[in-house]
Design a protein around this ligand. Sequence first.
Ligand SMILES: CC(C)(COP(=O)(O)OP(=O)(O)OC[C@H]1O[C@@H](n2cnc3c(N)ncnc32)[C@H](O)[C@@H]1OP(=O)(O)O)[C@@H](O)C(=O)NCCC(=O)NCCS
Length: 143
Amino acid sequence: MKIIEPVTTKEFDQYYALRWRLLRAPWKQARGSERDADDESSTHLMVLDNSNTLIGVGRLHFNSIREAQIRFMAIDYPKQRKGIGTRLLQALEARAVEHGASRITLDARETAMGFYRKLGYSPQGPGHTLFNSIAHVKMKKEL
Ligand SMILES: CC(C)(COP(=O)(O)OP(=O)(O)OC[C@H]1O[C@@H](n2cnc3c(N)ncnc32)[C@H](O)[C@@H]1OP(=O)(O)O)[C@@H](O)C(=O)NCCC(=O)NCCS
């Protein structure tokens, strides 16, 4: 397994396709809905298995000089609960530290709260509800 930044057009195509398949397609959202305006200025990481198949994605961007935010974390279904999300989150956190962050915020799906809690994030209150169905909780970690 390795964690790399997408560079080529093919890598970015695969990266956004997995983001869409895991985080948008189940709610019948069109291709393109998986992207936002911060993608251009974000750090993107992708996880490849030993056969170079893409199995995970995640993104880091800065809200201010000290505050980074993680979004669009997704590990492909058959690979979940094997520690891969943990390694990806730690890699994103390392990038945040490298670039001067002192805290990380995120909006966790309620179903993923346990994951972030285990990795040191604490709930800060309710967040938005996506597609009228996915409740989020605001979480934060001081680095
Ligand atoms: C949430 C997600 C990124 C976690 O990645 P992962 O590789 O499955 O997580 P890990 O195996 O590293 O989990 C580490 C620990 O976090 C906890 N954990 C992981 N997923 C959890 C979940 N959905 N609910 C509660 N706790 C969870 C467990 O304690 C787990 O340890 P254990 O398996 O030994 O009990 C991944 O499951 C995923 O992509 N889910 C679907 C998309 C999603 O919800 N993305 C997050 C949007 S905010």
